[in-house]
Design a protein around this ligand. Structure first.
Ligand SMILES: [Zn+2]
Length: 592
């Protein structure tokens, strides 16, 4: 770890979890805990609890939990060291500089500088005679000079190493250019330019740094149509949003997500400065979290072909848990001279019908419920009885899943009207469906209650307990040690190897080691050494009640159970193994 342990311990001690969480979530006191709406999943009643005594947070809905560092990592979408830096800033502490950390920061700065100089190089090349073909292509796409400059468009020369030569002349090493994704190492030890003879679009993050490039092939050339910078220290496709640096200051009430990077430019030019795109990849939950920081409403505008519709469905599913209202802008269908539907993207649409028509589509974009119902209708033949029945079946399930009774009534009526039945009949069918679902859920719960071993298992499958009796006691030991560190001397003879659950053994081993070295044994101090799943598991353990009035005796009881169970397991598992080994040896000895 690059940041010294003592510093982290000190930082954790100075960062009260209730303080930190309250700056993101409105919390109210109830009993010994503070409660609020979970920031990590959508909910209407609070199931997110913060315990100032234990210095942990835990959501009973989605299971997320941890200490103050995990909270910042999850909330701000940061790596462990970055979360520490942010917390330190908050606490007014300075993170000590260490060698490796400093080296990482320097490398990052060099990559960003190389990218900036490359962007300038491509821009200058575009405006030189060599950039003529790319200029022509920009003109063909009807991108004005003003918008070409605003988006920093450039041209990569049709050459193997012109950029590499230019940047090495300015003091960058070939290794640095490879690290930045601007150059590629060849088989014979040479280094050549990653981008050749292409339209270059710099990708600028919200801080204004050029983190990489996306590029398009010129018409009539062979190769990948779009080519991005590979993943580097600063270019992470899974979280980058193209043009968010510009769209974040829009006065419009929402952000519009389109598929193509060039579409973004032409739409900005048409007056829609709220348009963004991902880097040619499918939208991830990480993208959704980033977007939710900049807007309350996201409008999806994918191509109106089958692939675009499929992407829309997928994105709607991903956005289900995001803190965003989602609408879907569907471009009207277009047909060729033979009446066949043709693919239409927002760029084509704006050019053909103008900004006002796009504005109208944007205003008329459907909420996701209307979109889902519309999509159902388009997939069934509503003129036939069979088609209507199949449609109704799916529509009932879709509408029944809506949380609010008002929404259920509105969309229920719409769905009923489309199938030509009364809203009342639809509502009845839906109530039956819902009751059935509730009944099924109740049955499932009952089954769970009857088999307690399922209930006491950690959520993550990999962390499931093999020996539940021992694991309960192991959890008890961890709980007591974290709540009352003065008990540590009493566990001197208990070894992690005696634990039955690997995850609990790992945590116990870490805690004991830390205590021996005189380091912090607070839960949050363990963040760097546990995975998010392990941390959630530990938080669930801490959340269970623990009587502290007779803790020494309780600890003794737990240890006894662990030792007895370990002996039992040892007895039943080792014997057959030993026997098998003996047999093997015998066989070998007698040449059998
Ligand atoms: Zn939650």
């Amino acid at each position: 770890m690059a940041i010294p342990e003592q510093f982290i311990d000190e930082l954790v001690a100075r960062s009260d979890i209730a303080d930190v969480v309250s700056s993101y979530v409105h919390l109210t006191q109830k009993g010994g805990n503070l409660w609020g709406l979970c920031p990590f999943h959508n909910e209407k009643t609070p199931s997110f609890a913060v315990s100032p005594d234990k210095q942990i947070y835990h959501c009973f809905g989605c299971g997320k939990g941890g200490g103050v560092i995990s909270f910042i990592m999850e909330m701000e979408n940061l790596s462990y060291p970055d979360a520490i830096r942010l917390l330190a800033q908050r606490a007014g502490m300075e993170v000590p500089d260490t060698g490796t950390d400093e080296a990482g920061r320097k490398k990052r700065a060099r990559i960003l500088e190389a990218n900036k100089q490359a962007a300038r190089f491509y821009y200058e090349y575009l405006n030189s005679p060599g950039g003529k073909r790319v200029q022509d292509y920009i003109a063909q796409r009807q991108i004005s000079r003003r918008y070409a400059v605003r988006f920093g468009l450039g041209a990569a020369p049709d050459s193997w190493d012109e950029l590499t030569k230019a940047l090495t002349a300015r003091g960058f090493s070939k290794m640095e250019l490879i690290d930045a994704g601007l150059a590629v190492a060849g088989k014979n030890g040479g280094v050549y330019d990653k981008f050749r003879s292409r339209l270059m679009l710099p990708v600028i993050d919200v801080r204004g740094d050029v983190v990489g490039f996306t590029s398009r092939i010129l018409p009539g050339e062979e190769g990948a149509k779009y080519l991005n910078t590979p993943e580097t220290m600063v270019f992470r496709k899974g979280r980058l949003i193209y043009a968010l640096n510009l769209a974040k200051t829009t006065k419009r009430p929402n952000l519009v997500l389109v598929e193509g990077n060039i579409d973004v430019i032409t739409l900005h030019q048409a007056g829609f400065d709220n348009v963004v795109a991902t880097m040619g990849t499918a939208l991830t939950e990480e993208h959704a979290r980033v977007l939710a920081r900049y807007t309350k409403e996201l409008v999806l505008c994918y191509d109106n072909d089958a692939a675009g519709k499929k992407s829309t469905q997928r994105v709607l599913d991903i956005l289900k848990n995001a803190d965003l209202t989602v609408r879907v802008l569907q471009l009207p269908n277009a047909y060729d001279s033979e009446g066949k539907p043709i693919k239409q993207d927002p760029d084509d649409f704006v050019k053909k019908f103008g900004p006002a028509a796009f504005e109208k589509c944007l205003n008329g974009s459907a909420g996701q419920n209307d979109y889902r119902l519309g999509d159902l209708m388009s997939r069934h033949d509503l003129s036939s009885e069979e088609g209507r029945l199949a449609y109704l079946k799916e529509a009932v399930a879709t509408v029944a899943a809506l949380q609010s009774p008002i929404e259920r009534e509105i969309y229920g009526n719409k769905a009923a009207a489309a199938a030509g039945i009364s809203g009342q009949a639809f509502a009845q069918e839906m109530e039956r469906y819902r009751k059935n679902r509730v009944w099924q859920a109740k049955k499932r719960q009952e089954r769970r209650d009857l088999t307690p071993t399922i209930r006491v298992q950690p959520r993550e499958r990999e962390l499931r307990y093999a020996d539940v009796r021992s694991a309960r006691a192991e959890e008890g030991v961890l709980r007591l040690l974290l709540l009352e560190p003065s008990l540590f001397p009493a566990v001197e003879r208990l070894e992690p190897e005696q634990f039955s659950a690997p995850v609990l053994a790992k945590i116990y081993g870490l805690l004991r080691q830390r205590h021996r070295e005189g380091r912090s044994v607070q839960l949050a101090a363990l963040t760097g050494e546990l995975t998010a799943e392990e941390m959630s598991c530990l938080v669930e353990i801490m959340d269970q009640p623990q009587v502290l009035s007779n803790s020494e005796q309780a600890l003794k009881d737990y240890i006894e159970i662990i030792e007895t169970q370990a002996l039992k397991r040892g007895g039943s598992e080792q014997d057959p193994l030993l026997a098998a080994r003996e047999k093997f040896r015998e066989k070998k000895a007698y040449g059998g």
